[in-house]
Design a protein around this ligand. Structure first.
Ligand SMILES: [Zn+2]
Length: 51
């Protein structure tokens, strides 16, 4: 099962996605997937903006 690293949702078969293969120099990391079409990041998972 592929999960989008941006929105955290499953990428279904037939949906377009980008495959991001991490630099092997930085260690053994799992391949990441992103929806090809626009999707929103999961809320409040990113760095909060403080005023
Ligand atoms: Zn997504």
């Amino acid at each position: 099962m592929k999960v989008c690293s941006r929105c955290g949702k499953q990428i279904r078969p037939g949906e377009g996605y980008h495959e991001i293969i991490p630099d092997s120099l930085s260690g053994a990391r799992p391949t990441e997937y992103l929806h090809k079409q626009y999707c929103r990041r999961s809320s409040r998972q990113e760095a909060p903006i403080r005023r």
